[in-house]
Design a protein around this ligand. Structure first.
Ligand code: UDP
Ligand code: MG
Length: 138
């Protein structure tokens, strides 16, 4: 059993689709074992996305990610890192396949509704960025 980190981004909380996204996650057989709604400061968002520092979309991404509430989650399931990336769909919602979260709820970049960790290392880092072990109840 594997865990991954997920974020419902400000564009999706603004559309009031937190529950709809959670239903897609649960319908895919993935369990939500931790969840909270918060708002990041620009400093926090910059640290969270440090890997993208210097890229042309970095400043806009940090501004967008700190512009409103987000829902941070820990997801659990078999091979869930890869399976959740598949369920999310392509980074650019214009390229996302039917049935994916980004196809259903994404807009124009950087607005693509959700984040999901891309490796076991980033999952560990991102989960501990937001959650204490006592908040994760599998
Ligand atoms: N992003 C963007 N323009 C780009 C690439 C990425 O605005 O050309 C934003 C988008 O919100 C994306 C985030 O930056 O989700 C992080 O980019 P990454 O390449 O890690 O994509 P992801 O892992 O989220 O699919
Ligand atoms: Mg990424």
């Amino acid at each position: 059993m594997q865990t991954t980190f997920s974020m419902i981004k400000p564009d999706a909380t603004a559309k009031n689709v937190t529950g709809a996204i959670n239903a897609m996650i649960e319908n895919a057989g993935i369990r939500i074992i931790a969840q909270k709604r918060i708002q990041m400061t620009p400093t926090q968002a910059g640290q969270f996305y440090a890997e993208h520092k210097g890229k042309p979309f970095y400043d806009g991404l940090v501004e967008m990610m700190s512009s409103g509430p987000i829902v941070v989650q820990v997801l659990q399931g078999e091979d869930v890192i890869k399976r959740y990336r598949t369920l999310m769909g392509a980074t650019n919602p214009a390229n996302a396949e039917e049935g994916t979260i980004r196809k259903a709820f994404g807009g124009e970049l950087p607005y693509n509704a959700v984040h999901g960790s891309d490796s076991p290392e980033s999952a560990a880092r991102e989960i501990s960025f937001f959650f204490a072990q006592t908040e994760i109840v599998g």
